[in-house]
Ligand binder design. Structure first.
Ligand SMILES: NC(=O)C1=CN([C@@H]2O[C@H](COP(=O)(O)OP(=O)(O)OC[C@H]3O[C@@H](n4cnc5c(N)ncnc54)[C@H](O)[C@@H]3O)[C@@H](O)[C@H]2O)C=CC1
Ligand SMILES: NCC(=O)COP(=O)(O)O
Length: 332
């Protein structure tokens, strides 16, 4: 039997609590089992939940009740109105989830969405889960963000920085490191023995032979040359406006993109409901829905409005379980 997935609180004023309940309802008879590190005051009597002290108790309880390891919010939660006063609970939930996976008591972490600026206002030093998780795992700098859906996988080489900063951070070394990490993760966790990696250009028409920018010649091209020498199946740089078309996508397994929105816009446009955010380059498994806190549709505490679509969270929980079983299978 696989270890349960640890699902974090996320921003308590967002749709995370409602999605958690919806996910439990959808998965209670099929699995994968998960437990929620959250505040029971965000649930109500209509939702069968059971407080547990340890992750080991989650799997047996799961068909009958949502297993909850309590993490208490310091102040009353008002849906749609996030406050950094609840940041300590949001952070504690993530930290404890990671420690359970590190101890082997949970198979992976799935995170509910957080609002970066709300955490930042509390003094939180990380721009997102991705960087925080890498720090917790002592692998800072090796983290890679991948968004995966049935139609497309994308990896941004630069993540949570301004577009200006992204351009400054774009180096041959960084493209090589991110592509190598992606290649390794697709082999290890996704069962692709020889993944095909398509590298995006940066500029219009991938620079048009230097007429519209030279990064393809000075940065991206040399990275591709080196990766090819190492035996990776890389191709590119491709013009970013056409590489995500229906005819182009079947030609590769993952698109390595130069900045956040170059990667995430096609993914979310094609498949927001099924997209999953996966952090590669960590010793633990972490997945997350591709969407954010959706404060605009968060319903009253304990309510199930049905406005929040749980599909992406379900896909994230299932993928975490798949990866966990795949890793276990590979290590046996
Ligand atoms: N993994 C994470 O923790 C992520 C967190 N965020 C955070 O979320 C906050 C809000 O970001 P936004 O750009 O507004 O993106 P968002 O994804 O929260 O919302 C964008 C739009 O999509 C809708 N939406 C999102 N998820 C939905 C769902 N499951 N069902 C139905 N409708 C849904 C929202 O109602 C909104 O209209 C930001 O502070 C950001 O930092 C954003 C992305 C990922
Ligand atoms: N746009 C994706 C995103 O912001 C997710 O970030 P993270 O919290 O998973 O690092």
């Amino acid at each position: 039997m696989s270890a349960p997935i640890a699902l974090t609180l996320g921003d308590p004023a967002g749709i995370g609590p409602e999605l958690t309940v919806a996910a439990w309802r959808a998965l209670r008879s099929t699995g994968p089992a998960f437990f929620w590190l959250g505040d029971p005051l965000l649930l109500n009597d209509a939702i069968p939940f059971r407080l547990i002290e340890k992750p080991e108790d989650a799997t047996e309880i799961f068909p009958d009740a949502l297993p909850v390891i309590p993490v208490t919010c310091p102040v009353t939660v008002t849906p749609g109105q996030p406050t950094s006063e609840n940041a300590p609970a949001v952070i504690e939930s993530i930290e404890r989830a990671v420690s359970y996976v590190q101890d082997g008591r949970a198979g992976g972490v799935t995170t509910n969405p957080i609002a970066k600026h709300i955490l930042a206002a509390s003094g939180f030093a990380y721009p997102g889960h991705t960087e925080f998780l890498a720090a917790l795992c002592h692998t800072a700098g090796q983290e890679v963000m991948m968004l995966a859906s049935p139609q497309l996988k994308v990896v941004p080489v630069t993540i949570h920085v301004s577009l200006r900063q992204a351009l400054e951070n774009l180096t041959v070394e960084r493209i090589i490191a991110v592509t190598r990490a992606t290649h390794g993760a697709l082999q290890r966790d996704f069962g692709l023995s020889s993944p095909r990696l398509a590298i995006a250009g940066l500029n219009p028409h991938a620079g048009e032979e230097g007429l519209m920018g030279t990064e393809e010649q000075t940065i991206i091209g040399p990275a591709i040359t080196q990766l090819k020498k190492e035996g990776l199946r890389v191709s590119g740089p491709f013009p970013p406006d056409t590489m995500f078309s229906a005819t182009a996508r079947p030609k590769y397994d993952v698109a390595i993109c130069m900045y956040h929105d170059q990667a995430l816009i096609p993914l979310k446009t094609l498949d927001m409901a099924e997209g999953v955010n996966v952090t590669l380059g960590l010793p633990i498994i972490r997945t997350s829905p591709d969407h954010g806190t959706a404060f605009d549709i968060a319903g009253p505490v304990g309510s199930i409005t049905g406005r929040a679509d749980p599909s992406s969270l379900l896909a994230a929980l299932r993928l975490a379980d798949f990866m966990s079983q795949h890793r276990r299978g590979n290590s046996q």
